[in-house]
Write a protein that binds this ligand. Structure first.
Ligand code: CA
Ligand code: CA
Ligand code: CA
Ligand code: CA
Ligand code: CA
Length: 333
């Protein structure tokens, strides 16, 4: 009996860094993305949303270095967008209410965000993720909604250094969808339909291929709501797709490649820093981010913080890799 129970129990890892709490009480922090400073990865940041009040930038020690007002819900980043003769790292965030996708440019010197445009989508927004198509070199923003609508917007450089967009695809899932993540190298986007499971959709707007269900909620690995999604990418095309299984406070890990076979589940338990529960957004990177996160970083929204308002928890990838055993492959994002 005991070995059977042990096999079912998720592996436990602990956070080594926690960000400053968001300024608003209640269910406020939601999603985040890791911005990587290519010149000095130890200067990378966590860009986290506060759906009740704004968008925060934290350093890797968890200290808030910028706070922009505005009710943002989900956020993502892509690198090297050609804008006004420069190469700019672009952040897109969905507003918690309404249809506006806010676009920001990362100032690589100060690590802060500057507003760079807004795109009015055709649906009431919920989640978002970005996609840089490696074949066409085009940049896209995907947006999800509470009624299952899903749109793909192509980013365009406008006069005056601003960013706009045009809608290039609209799809629909059956129910409320929020979390999503795109695999730039493999050309697919994954979407969480919260009560149903994880969908896999071709990233190309011209694709007529139907979405396929990677894993169904309720079959053991995913307990609704299915929330944030993140991708750990090795250079050889392998890696891991990770999903927040909010209903049982765990993170389900799938193979990035092939048919996205399920690998294992883990949880962030209490250590020096409290554990993660009711997690919404997550993100992960395999890049060496300096001494604290040499093999990469996993970040999870902290649904109940032992000290104040909600926050974001940072876990060294090492701790998670150790639970993946022989599947772990050396590489980088
Ligand atoms: Ca929440
Ligand atoms: Ca995100
Ligand atoms: Ca949700
Ligand atoms: Ca907690
Ligand atoms: Ca805490």
């Amino acid at each position: 009996m005991l070995p059977f129970l042990l096999a079912l129990a998720p592996a436990i890892v602990t956070a080594t860094v926690e960000t400053d709490p968001v300024p608003d009480r209640g269910d406020a922090a939601d999603d985040m993305c890791i911005w990587i400073d290519a010149r000095d990865p130890s200067r990378s940041t966590i860009i986290g949303t506060n759906k009740r009040g704004g968008l925060a930038v934290y350093d890797l020690a968890g200290r808030q270095i910028q706070y922009l007002k505005g009710e943002t819900n989900n956020v993502d980043v892509r690198y090297g967008f050609p804008l006004g003769g420069r190469s700019v790292d672009i952040v897109a965030a969905t507003t918690h209410h309404g249809r506006t996708i806010e676009v920001f440019a990362v100032d690589r010197e100060t690590r802060t965000l500057a507003h760079a445009g807004e795109i009015v989508a055709g649906i009431d927004l919920y989640g978002t993720c970005m996609y840089h198509d490696q074949e066409s070199a085009r940049y896209y923003v995907f947006v999800t909604s509470k009624d299952g609508a899903f749109e793909q917007w192509e980013l365009e450089a406008l006069d005056g250094g601003k960013v706009g967009g045009k809608r290039v695809r609209a799809l629909s899932f059956g129910g409320q969808a929020e979390g999503c993540v795109a695999d730039d190298a493999l050309g697919v986007v994954y979407v969480s339909e919260e009560s149903k499971g994880i969908w896999r959709v071709p990233g190309s707007p011209g694709s007529s291929e139907k979405p396929t269900l990677v894993d169904r909620a309720g079959d053991g690995h995913l307990v609704p709501d299915v929330e944030g999604l993140a991708l750990y990418c090795n250079a050889d095309g392998t890696g891991f797709l990770i999903a927040s299984s909010q209903g049982n406070d765990t993170f389900a890990v799938y193979r990035r490649e092939g048919r996205n076979d399920y690998v294992t589940s883990f949880a962030i338990g209490a250590g020096t820093i409290d554990g993660a529960e009711e997690t919404d957004g997550i993100d992960v990177s395999g890049v060496n981010l300096g001494p604290s996160f040499e093999r990469g970083l996993f970040v999870a929204q902290n649904g109940r913080n032992d000290r104040g308002n909600q926050s974001f928890l940072l876990v060294p990838w090492d701790a998670i890799a150790a639970k993946l055993g022989p599947l772990q492959v050396a590489g980088r994002d």
